[in-house]
Ligand binder design. Sequence first.
Ligand SMILES: [Zn+2]
Length: 320
Amino acid sequence: MQGFNKYYPPDYDGEKHGSLNAYRGKHALGDRARKIDQGILIVRFELPFNIWCGTCNNHIGMGVRYNAEKKKIGNYYSTPIYSFRCKCHLCDGWFEIQTDPKNTRYVVTSGARQKDEEWDPEENGGFAIHDTDPNGGPVDPLAALEKSTDAQNHMNQVQIPRLEELQMLSDHYSVDPYMRSKKVRQRFRTEKKLDQARRAADDTLKSTYALPEELALTVESEDSRAEAHKHWEKERLALEVREKAKRRMVGRPPETAPTASSRPSLLHKKLSAGPPGSAISSLRARILENTARHASSSLGGIGPHRTKVLGNKDIVFRKT
Ligand SMILES: [Zn+2]
């Protein structure tokens, strides 16, 4: 039995010897490494399948364990292939089993026979395992020729034109970056100028009519203009009808003073016909409006109704 404590002899020098194993000339794995100079390590190996010993012809069951000599005998790509050499426990014969990384299996190479108990899916109504060996099977020369011709045709008719198209497209887009940048920036400047002009016009309108700063005005177009005009016409007709009714009740002819019915049209004329951004015209419109209001309120009976009418006129006309 190996001791649990380590004895360091008086002449042991860590710098010189490195380790106690090196000092005593022993391997760290002890007796299991007694054939390490031949590249063999003794490991415990368990039979992965049932075998028959080639020497005594006895059946040895799966799972029986041996002290096998493990040795690296080659590589499959970068994966090492190991062989395990075991001595039969019923006779003096030896058998050898190797790993098979290609098929992820073990194979018996000598000294025994493997009992064939592999599951064959094809035999049991399943699908055959796909053969991954590219060199396996007979090669049909005509099929190979056809395949290569197809590939050549595909290359000529599809891939090369496609590549040329891509190259042309790339040339088209990267031929003159300065010109393209210039064009884009020019367009941006134009749009920015238009946007600024529109904003200035909106601000003027808002300040003229004391509209709230955050009020968003719609972008003016033929449709919006026509709609606004239609709305205004409707309101004006309704107002005229009401005015006429009032006057009939009061018993006064409709042609007196600048009436309220003429006022919206006047205001509208000022709004629609005035030059854009003209503060004078809007001021004039406001003065006329005030004059009209004073005149009508001094005549009496119309004041409160007209304020109502003004309240009804809730649409904002943009200057054109
Ligand atoms: Zn045997």
